[in-house]
Design a protein around this ligand. Structure first.
Ligand code: AP5
Length: 198
C-alpha cells in the first residue's frame, strides 16, 4: 500500500500516519520529521533547511525530493509507505510520479484531511503548550506568527496538489474536524474499500 496524507499544517497527517504504521506495518515517511532530524544532527541538509523550516517556509523541491528518493529505496519501504507532508508542490508531485513510474510502482490513494483552517492555530498552540509542560522541545514553527506563514505556504503552493490527484482519480476526502478516533475510522474505511477493489 502506497498512500499520501495531505492537508494543511495541524490537519492531523502525522497523527493519522502514526496510527496507520501500527496497523499496516509500513513506514511513515514524513519530510518534516526527516528535516527536523537532519537539523538536530547538524547535517548539511539540516543546516541548509533550518532557517526555512523555523520560519514556516518550504524547503526547495530538489532537497525534499532527494530525501524521499533515498528513503523509498530503503528495505522497510518496499512493502509500501505513508507519505506525510510530501508532496507539497506540483513539482514534488511530478517528481514522485516519475520516481514511482521508474520502479514500476503506483500510488493507491491520496487522502485529504479536510479541516476548517481557522481552527488549526488552536491545535498547534495546544501542541506547543503540551510539549512545554512535558519538558519536551517545542517546535520553533509552532508559533502563531510562523503558523500564519505555514498556512499561507499551504494555500499558495500545496493546495493545488489536491486537484492534481483528483484529476488522477486518486483522491479521497476525510473530514479532519472530527475526533482523532473518528478520523482514523474514516481513513481506515477508505483503505478497506481499496482492499476490496484490488
Ligand atoms: P511538517 O512537519 O510536515 O509540518 P506540517 O505540515 O505543518 O504538519 P504538522 O506536524 O504541524 O501537522 P499535521 O497535519 O501532521 O498534524 P498533527 O498530526 O501533527 O513540516 C514542517 C516544515 O518542514 C514545513 O513548514 C517546511 O518548512 C518543511 N517541509 C516539510 N516537508 C516539506 C516538503 N515536502 N517540501 C518543502 N518543505 C517541507 O496534529 C497537530 C496537533 O493537532 C497535534 O497536537 C495533534 O494531537 C492534534 N490533532 C490531530 N488530529 C486532531 C483531531 N482530529 N482533533 C483534535 N486535535 C487533533
Amino acid at each position: 500500500m502506497r498512500l499520501i496524507l495531505v492537508g494543511p499544517p495541524g490537519a492531523g497527517k502525522g497523527t493519522q500516519a502514526g496510527r496507520l504504521v501500527a496497523k499496516y506495518g509500513i513506514p511513515q515517511l514524513s519530510t518534516g520529521d526527516m528535516l527536523r532530524a537532519a537539523m538536530a544532527a547538524g547535517t548539511p541538509v539540516g543546516l541548509a533547511a533550518k532557517e526555512l523550516v523555523d520560519n514556516g517556509k518550504l524547503v526547495p523541491d530538489d532537497v525534499v525530493v532527494g530525501i524521499i528518493r533515498e528513503r523509498i529505496d530503503e528495505a522497510d519501504a518496499q512493502k509500501g509507505f505513508i507519505l506525510d507532508g510530501f508532496p507539497r508542490t506540483v513539482g514534488q508531485a511530478d517528481a514522485l510520479a516519475d520516481m514511482l513510474k521508474n520502479k514500476g510502482l503506483a500510488l493507491d490513494t491520496v487522502i485529504e484531511l479536510r479541516v476548517d483552517q481557522t481552527k488549526l492555530v488552536d491545535r498547534i498552540m495546544k501542541r506547543a503548550a503540551d510539549a512545554a509542560s512535558a519538558g519536551q522541545p517545542v517546535r520553533k514553527d509552532d508559533d502563531p506568527e510562523v503558523f500564519k506563514g505555514r498556512l499561507e505556504a499551504y494555500n499558495q503552493d500545496t493546495a493545488v496538489v489536491i486537484p492534481y490527484y483528483e484529476k488522477a482519480g486518486l483522491l479521497a476526502v476525510v473530514d479532519g474536524m472530527q475526533s482523532i478516533d473518528q478520523v482514523s475510522s474514516d481513513v481506515e474505511s477508505v483503505l478497506a474499500n481499496l482492499d476490496e477493489n484490488v
